[in-house]
Design a protein around this ligand. Structure first.
Ligand code: FES
Length: 225
């Protein structure tokens, strides 16, 4: 199998493509393949050169943490739940493009948390949830903050006022878990999501947790009206 990785060394600015020949079990995930390559005594590219180990992030290897989000054969996905058998004879790996690249496939997603902090978007006091909200609250709370939804969003640019689907789901959780609807979260929702979403809902196609952001949006819009 031919493996192409868009790489960046931590000490250098530019990115570059590097190719490898890889043969491993078809039931390996992309994460297992990267681990396999990195555990070898030497990593050798397709030109026969000894090259640095491949930087990538993981924690759970069970689709639970979101750390391994990357672009695989042009599609944003989790490396630990994408399997070689589904990818064909050529695999291309790229870091998420909407975040600063630290090294190889590792990006800095701290902007997601900064957006929440800068808008004071967190639950200040838990109160009893409104009737009938528990089911969607449970689903919305599964968000991994992996950033896959932002990668495919036509409106999210990073560093601008539109914060994307994960912010909309957090606003919904804050609004309903705080018991009484809070006007300030409604304003933040409108400013950083409601007024900028063009409703392509491509975010829902790639969400590994299958979070129906459309429902969060509808529930928030109903509360605003
Ligand atoms: S390593 Fe945790 S989601 Fe892939």
């Amino acid at each position: 199998m031919k493996l192409r990785i868009l790489r960046k060394l931590p000490t250098e600015e530019g990115q570059f493509w590097e190719e490898f020949e890889y043969s491993g079990p078809a039931d390996y995930s992309v994460a297992a393949m990267l681990e396999d390559l990195n555990y070898r005594d030497d990593i050798i590219n397709s030109k026969g050169e000894h090259v640095p180990r491949i930087s990538w992030a993981c924690s759970c290897l069970q689709s639970k943490c979101g750390a391994c989000a990357m672009v695989i054969n042009g599609t944003p996905a989790l490396a630990c739940e994408t399997f070689l058998r589904d990818l064909g004879s050529s695999v291309t790996l790229q870091p998420l493009s909407k975040f600063p690249v630290i090294s190889d496939l590792v990006v800095d997603r701290s902007g997601i948390q900064e957006n929440l902090l800068n808008t004071s978007s967190f639950i200040k006091e838990y109160k009893e949830s409104p009737q009938g909200e528990h089911g969607h609250q449970y689903t919305a709370a599964k968000c991994l903050k992996c950033g896959l939804c932002l990668e495919v969003c036509p409106n999210y640019k990073g560093g601008e006022h539109f914060y994307g689907a994960l912010f909309a789901n957090d606003c919904y959780l804050i609004a309903t878990r705080s018991g009484v609807f809070d006007d300030s979260i409604s304003e933040e929702y409108k400013k950083h999501f409601g007024s900028g979403c063009s409703k392509s809902f491509s975010c829902m196609d790639v969400c590994p947790m299958n979070i129906p952001t459309l429902s969060s949006m509808a529930k928030m819009n109903r509360r605003r009206s």
